[in-house]
Design a binder for this molecule. Structure first.
Ligand code: KG4
Ligand code: ZN
Length: 336
C-alpha cells in the first residue's frame, strides 16, 4: 500500500506542536512551549492565541526541514479541532485549512483527547485492541475503552477537577511555578511519599473527584504554616512525594477497578500526567501484580504534541474521514 505523508498541527492550549508522519511513524515532532504563562501561574487564553500566531509558521517550517520532505508530497493536513481554548484552536484550524487549500489536498479534523488515547501506539506496528486508557491531562481525567483507533468509549471521568489541575494547584500552594506537575515530580523523587496523608475520596463507579483532595492539601498546609512559617521549605520534598503518591494512588486504584469491571487487562496511560514518574512506576507494579499488558507512551508523546494528532489522522485517512473546508473548532467536544 502507498505511504501516507501527513502534516499535523496541535494548538489546543499553550504549546505549538507540529509533526510530520509517514503512516503512523513520526518523521518530525517539533513542540514550541510558551514560557509567557509561567509568570501568570496559568495559561492566559489571549496570549496563547497570539503566541500560536507568531510561532506556528516557524514551527511548521522546522518540522518540514527536520523530516526532509517536500510539501508537495504531503497527502493531507491534520489539525486539532476540539476540545481546547477556542482562540488557540482557531489559529491552528485556519492555518491547516489554508495550507490544505493551497496544496489542493484534504484536511483532517482530530479530537485532542483521541490523540492522547492513541499516543501509546504511535510507531507501534500492530497494536492490540481493545485497551483501557487512563487519560490524565491538565483539563481531563478519563478512563476509556479503546476498541479500535476510531472507536473510543468513555467509561469514567472526573466530576470536578482534572488530575493535572490537582498537581498544578497543589504546586501553587507550595509556591512552585506553573505548570507545577513536572516540578512536584522532580522534588518527589527526593522525598518520602508516606510522610503525609491527604483525602482519597470514595467516588462511585469509575469516576474521579479531585476537588476534595485539593482542599485537604490546602487546609493541611495552612494549619502547619500557622504553627511553623517555615513548614513548606523544611518539608518540600516530602510534601511533593506525599501529594504525588496520593494522586497516583487514586488514579491507579480506579484503573484497577476498570480492569475488573471490563475484564480488559490491556492497559495504557496518556496525557501530560502520564509523564509522571510515580504514575509510570506505579503502573508497572500494578501490571506485574495483576498480569496487565501495558502501553506507556514515550515521554515526548505524553504532553501535548503534534505527533499524537498526526497518528489519529493516519487512521482517519485510512477510513477516508476528511473534513470539509467549512469545519470550525469547538472548545468542548466528545469523541466522534
Ligand atoms: O496533556 P497536557 O500537556 O495538556 C492538556 O491537554 O491539558 O497536560 C498538561 C498537564 C499539566 O497539568 C501538567 O502539570 C501535567 O500535565 N504534567 C505533569 C507532569 N508533566 C506534565 N504532572 C505530573 N507529573 C509530571 N511529570
Ligand atoms: Zn492534552
Amino acid at each position: 500500500m502507498k505511504d501516507i505523508l501527513l502534516l499535523a498541527i496541535e494548538s489546543s492550549c499553550d504549546d505549538t506542536g507540529v509533526a510530520i508522519m509517514r503512516n503512523n511513524k513520526v518523521l518530525a515532532n517539533i513542540n514550541y512551549g510558551q514560557k509567557i504563562h509561567e509568570a501568570f501561574g496559568g495559561v492566559i487564553p489571549e496570549s496563547a492565541s497570539r503566541q500560536h500566531m507568531q510561532n506556528l509558521l516557524p514551527v511548521v517550517q522546522a518540522a518540514i526541514a527536520k523530516a526532509a520532505i517536500k510539501i508537495t508530497d504531503l497527502n493531507a493536513i491534520a489539525f486539532t479541532q476540539s476540545p481546547g481554548l477556542i482562540g488557540s484552536l482557531m489559529v491552528g484550524v485556519s492555518f491547516a485549512k489554508s495550507m490544505a487549500q493551497a496544496l489542493g489536498i484534504p484536511c483532517i479534523a482530530v479530537n485532542h483527547m483521541q490523540g492522547h488515547v492513541l499516543s501509546s501506539i504511535i510507531d507501534v506496528p500492530n497494536p492490540n485492541f481493545p485497551f483501557l486508557c487512563l487519560t490524565v491531562s491538565g483539563g481531563h481525567t478519563q478512563i476509556v475503552v479503546c476498541k479500535s483507533p476510531l472507536q473510543i468509549e468513555i467509561i469514567g471521568q472526573t466530576i470536578d477537577d482534572a488530575a493535572g489541575e490537582a498537581f498544578d494547584k497543589a504546586a501553587s500552594m507550595l509556591g512552585l511555578a506553573y505548570p507545577g506537575g513536572p516540578l512536584i515530580d522532580k522534588l518527589a523523587q527526593l522525598g518520602n511519599p508516606k510522610t503525609f496523608t491527604f483525602a482519597k475520596p470514595n467516588i462511585p463507579d469509575l469516576n474521579f473527584s479531585f476537588s476534595g483532595v485539593k482542599t485537604s492539601i490546602l487546609y493541611f498546609i495552612q494549619k502547619q504554616v500557622a504553627i511553623n512559617p517555615n513548614f513548606i521549605a523544611e518539608n518540600l520534598n516530602d510534601l511533593c512525594a506525599s501529594i504525588q503518591d496520593n494522586i497516583v494512588t487514586i488514579l491507579l486504584k480506579k484503573l484497577h477497578k476498570a480492569t475488573e469491571v471490563t475484564g480488559i487487562k490491556n492497559v495504557s496511560i496518556a496525557g501530560g500526567v502520564s509523564a509522571n514518574s510515580g504514575l509510570r512506576n506505579g503502573l508497572k507494579l500494578y501490571a506485574t501484580k495483576y498480569g496487565w499488558q501495558t502501553h506507556i507512551p514515550a515521554l515526548e508523546y505524553c504532553t501535548d504534541n503534534g505527533a499524537m494528532i498526526g497518528n489519529v489522522a493516519y487512521y482517519k485517512y485510512l477510513a477516508s474521514e476528511f473534513s470539509t473546508l467549512d469545519v470550525v473548532p469547538s472548545a468542548r467536544a466528545t469523541y466522534n
